[in-house]
Design a protein around this ligand. Sequence first.
Ligand SMILES: NC(=O)c1ccc[n+]([C@@H]2O[C@H](COP(=O)([O-])OP(=O)(O)OC[C@H]3O[C@@H](n4cnc5c(N)ncnc54)[C@H](OP(=O)(O)O)[C@@H]3O)[C@@H](O)[C@H]2O)c1
Length: 386
Amino acid sequence: MTNRRDFLRTTTLAGGAVAMGLRPGSTAPAAPASGRLSHPPPRRRLRLLILGGTGFIGPHQVRYALDRGHEVTIFNRGRSAPGMFRGAEELIGDREAGALDELRGRSWDAVIDNSASRSDAPAWVRDSATLLKDQAEQYLFISTRSVFRDLSAVPATVDAPLLTRETTSGWSEGQPYPYGLAKALAEGEAQAAFGERTTIVRPGLIVGPGDETDRFTYWPVRIERGGEILAPGDPGNDRIQVIDVRDLCEWVIRLCEDRTYGTFMGVGPENGRSMAEFLYGIAGVTTAPLSWSWVPREFLAEHGFRPYGEMPVWRPPTPGFEGFARFDLSREVAAGLTFRSLADTTAATLEYHHARPAERRAQLRAGASAEAEAEVLRAWHRSRAS
Ligand SMILES: NC(=O)c1ccc[n+]([C@@H]2O[C@H](COP(=O)([O-])OP(=O)(O)OC[C@H]3O[C@@H](n4cnc5c(N)ncnc54)[C@H](OP(=O)(O)O)[C@@H]3O)[C@@H](O)[C@H]2O)c1
């Protein structure tokens, strides 16, 4: 029997939605894509502590870990989704208030720290890593691609220079740490406590089911609507590296199973996709009639359309960002990072999006409005006609 996931994979290779026999104009996503790539069974059973087990990325880790037979404890304030998991232990505490008592006197094989992401991340990580350093073997910190000071080298690697207090422009001592600097300093705190037993993972945009930022979601939703689509920048040379939340979270669990230490990127695929591959790939899972208008970066800037703003996910290789979406991922792939197809990510994102309430579906949190997009397209056509 071929299940729908295998069907999606096969037919995507054979030509996307058309090969799937979907009616043109159908708005349903091409297929559900909640499946997993197969990986060997775990070598050992883990006792895992996940700081921030609810939210966006936590649940993907918890479910995968439980499915692989691990014992899971989550630690959070109990606000976002109390009692979310049967089968996982839930400890309540507040890192902001330094309320970590529930963690005392326990032991775990590995700690995954998802929740330290704001300007006080260094203090949160210092407190929890110091407390846990003799209670756990490994500390895995979820950092970010925003820790880099200079991504001009191509290919970029995880060893590119990091932001420091001295090199963060626009910030001065006494002000709250900006996101990238906070995460870079927090990495240092994890390493100071756990030394060589630390694992750092630096994701780029984390996308897919559960993502409430809508940055990637903008594109599948926009393309599914069809019509004339404003495609930003240079189709061949502007590149994209993001990560499907399931690829990231499942890999993170396997990094703990394998006691893999060190620092890694969490983006993909290798060398990125061109904007054309990215947008046409998403379109391969949708069926509405559409056409593309590629509009250069300079024209978009004149009309107030910014990378990562009105045009989310797109980050052209401007000076200092040439390697932003061109990471060499040999180290990550050797450590077991695998990538779902863009078709799978797109289908799962649309499935998630269509299950949201109508008001939420109508209010995407990222990207241009239909009116703003149409206005820029009209201006673009006028400029070409004159
Ligand atoms: N989204 C991206 O594209 C992206 C890219 C790169 C890196 N990252 C990193 O990915 C990580 C996870 O992001 P996310 O989107 O999953 O976060 P999220 O949805 O905001 O979830 C935060 C989690 O932390 C818990 N939490 C929040 N405040 C807490 C506190 N004071 N004490 C204890 N627990 C607390 C929350 O549960 P309660 O509310 O119940 O406390 C929840 O479980 C972050 O470190 C972020 O920097 C994200």
